[in-house]
Design a protein around this ligand. Sequence first.
Ligand SMILES: Nc1ncnc2c1ncn2[C@@H]1O[C@H](COP(=O)(O)OP(=O)(O)OP(=O)(O)O)[C@@H](O)[C@H]1O
Ligand SMILES: [Mg+2]
Length: 389
Amino acid sequence: MTTLELELAVKCLKDAIDNENDDDMTNAVGNFSSALAHFAIFAVNNETMVPQLKEEIQFHIKYCQNHLEKINLTQKGKKKPPDLCGMETVKADLTHALITPIKRPKVFSRGINPYKGFLLYGPPGTAKSLIAQAAAEEAGGLNFFFVSAGDILSKYIGESEKRLRDIFEMARSKKPSIIFIDEIDAVASKRTELDNSRGTKTELFLLMDAVLGITDGVFFMASTNCPQHLDSALIRRFDKLIYVPLPEEGARMETFKKKLSDIKSDELSDDKLKSLAAKTAGFSPCDIEKICTNAKNLALTRLLQKNPIEKCGNDSKGEDCKCCTPILLYDDVLEAVRDANPTVDPKEVAELEKFAEEKGHGKVHFYRDLPKPRTFVGTIVDFFAEFFA
Ligand SMILES: Nc1ncnc2c1ncn2[C@@H]1O[C@H](COP(=O)(O)OP(=O)(O)OP(=O)(O)O)[C@@H](O)[C@H]1O
Ligand SMILES: [Mg+2]
């Protein structure tokens, strides 16, 4: 029975490696997990096995775990992000910064280095993580490695550094790619006397220097909502510090419109949406998303009160079934707005704005802000305008 276990483990492992080579990650995850389980059962049932075999089994278990972790990382970045509301300028500028070095590598051969390191900072819930992913997609499907601090940090000595090296190595092998570290402050905040994460930070800086210093297709992005606590050695490594602020009224209106577009309603005219946006100054897009969810639930509650579940006799799954279609009223959204509080503290916003003013790179200027090339006709017109002035 136990030999069978080992045979199954080896078979699953071989299949998983084949799946991985064929880019079939769904089956690869299944087979690596099965291999892991079979190896573990074999190890438990054969505690007295010879040391060489024990070592081999342990090696395979570690191998499966490492590959599952890696696949998890690569797949996270492949999840389709929700549609972004607002943030058009930041997204367009970022997209441009990503596309240019890939499409026009030659223009960077004369002492001009492309922007490759970007720090997105701003209050929580403003889609910092989403913007990076949306820009990567728009730039033509760059491989996006979404890493949260939890994926890196480990209590075992040297393990965090190894994970970082693996991530950078993976991104380099899948160029063009972007490494995105979410909540980077957990990995590289200011050094303190009792700093036990120094090794991880140093490794991160070395790896960043390696990818940012050369003109190959690996970009590095990170996000934080407390840039003022970041190690200055990290900050200086970024080419662009990009402030992602709370949304303006127009962006809030668009967020309400998009987040409420999937429920039936006859009452959400532009004027009403505008008035909702006016009532939600200081709210993040994430707060607005929650308001919309609560408003939809109010509509659902009203529907269920009127038509209890057992009362619907309509088996058809069509949309016409009136007793199963909640209808949203403007008052539902108003009530949800009244019940909500903004999650972002104005003091936090003030601190971020201070950072933007003192340390931020100001307005985000990318290559597309270069003056437009003058046409021949334009030049002639300008010449005569100057001549007769
Ligand atoms: N501009 C936006 N358009 C659409 N949805 C948004 C937008 N901003 C935030 N959201 C919603 O809010 C959720 C949280 O956003 P996200 O996690 O990207 O924010 P964040 O800025 O990274 O926050 P944190 O600093 O807390 O990590 C998203 O998953 C999305 O559903
Ligand atoms: Mg985030």
